[in-house]
Design a protein around this ligand. Structure first.
Ligand code: TYD
Length: 206
C-alpha cells in the first residue's frame, strides 16, 4: 500500500501468449498487497468487449475496430478501476495494458504504431505505468507449454506472434526507464526471483 496522500504505484505485466504473465502478476499483487486487474475485460462493460474481441464469432472484426474496442475497454478500465485506485493511494498490478495494443494491434496486425499509441493516450488520459515488466519468450516454445487455447489471437500463426514479440522488444529497448525485460523461458520460481529483485530496485518494493 502507498502511504496516505500519495498516489499508488502502477505496475503492468506484458508478453505474448502462455509466458506465465498472469501467474507472476497475481503473485506480485498478493505479495505487495496491491490490487490485481487485467485487460481486456477488467470491468463489467469490458467483459462484454472481451467477448467480442476474443470469440471466434468476432472473427470478422476489422482490425481498426479491434483497436478501437481495445481502447474503449482501456478507457472504461482507467476511469472505473485504475485511476480511482491510484488516486486513493492503492498500488495496482495490471495484466496487460497499452503495450499489448502497441504489440498486437500495431506490430502484430500491422496498424500504424503511433496511431495505436494515440488511441491509448486518449483512452487513458496519458496515464502510463511506473513500471512495465515484459516477460519475454520465443512464441514457439511458449505454445508448446501453453494451454492450447483458441481465441482469435491464440489462433493466429507463428509469424504474427513473432512480430508481437519483436514489437515488444523494440518498445522495451526504446524506453528502458519504463520497461524491463525478464527472460520467461525458465522456471516460475526463477522468473519470480528476478521480478522480486527488479521491483525492489525500481520501486523500493521489499
Ligand atoms: P489475455 O487474457 O491476457 O490472454 P493470455 O492469457 O492468452 O495472454 O489477453 C487476451 C488477448 O488479447 C491476448 O491474446 C492479447 C490480446 N490483446 C490485444 O491484442 N490488445 C490489447 O490491447 C490487449 C489488452 C490484449
Amino acid at each position: 500500500m502507498g502511504t496516505a496522500g500519495e498516489r499508488g504505484r502502477f505496475v503492468v505485466f506484458e508478453g505474448g501468449e502462455s509466458v506465465g504473465k498472469s501467474t507472476q502478476a497475481a503473485w506480485l499483487a498478493t505479495r505487495q498487497g496491491a490490487e490485481l486487474t487485467f485487460e481486456p475485460g477488467g470491468t463489467r462493460l469490458g467483459q462484454e468487449l472481451r467477448r467480442l474481441l476474443l470469440d471466434g464469432a468476432g472473427a470478422r472484426l476489422d482490425i481498426l475496430s479491434e483497436a478501437l474496442l481495445m481502447a474503449a475497454d482501456r478507457a472504461q478500465h482507467v476511469a472505473e478501476t485504475i485511476r480511482p485506485a491510484l488516486e486513493a493511494g492503492r498500488d495496482l498490478v495490471c495484466d496487460r495494458y497499452i503495450g499489448s495494443s502497441l504489440a498486437y494491434q500495431g506490430y502484430g496486425r500491422g496498424l500504424d504504431v503511433p496511431t495505436v499509441r494515440l488511441l491509448s493516450e486518449v483512452a487513458t488520459g496519458g496515464l502510463w505505468p511506473d513500471l512495465i515488466v515484459l516477460l519475454d519468450m520465443d512464441p514457439q516454445r511458449a505454445r508448446v507449454r501453453g494451454t492450447g487455447g483458441s481465441d482469435r489471437f491464440e489462433a493466429m500463426g507463428m509469424d504474427f506472434h513473432r512480430r508481437v514479440r519483436a514489437g515488444y522488444l523494440e518498445l522495451a529497448s526504446a524506453d528502458p526507464a519504463r520497461w524491463t525485460v525478464v527472460d520467461a523461458d525458465r522456471s516460475a520460481a526463477e522468473v519470480r526471483d528476478d521480478i522480486a529483485a527488479l521491483v525492489a530496485e525500481r520501486l523500493g518494493w521489499a
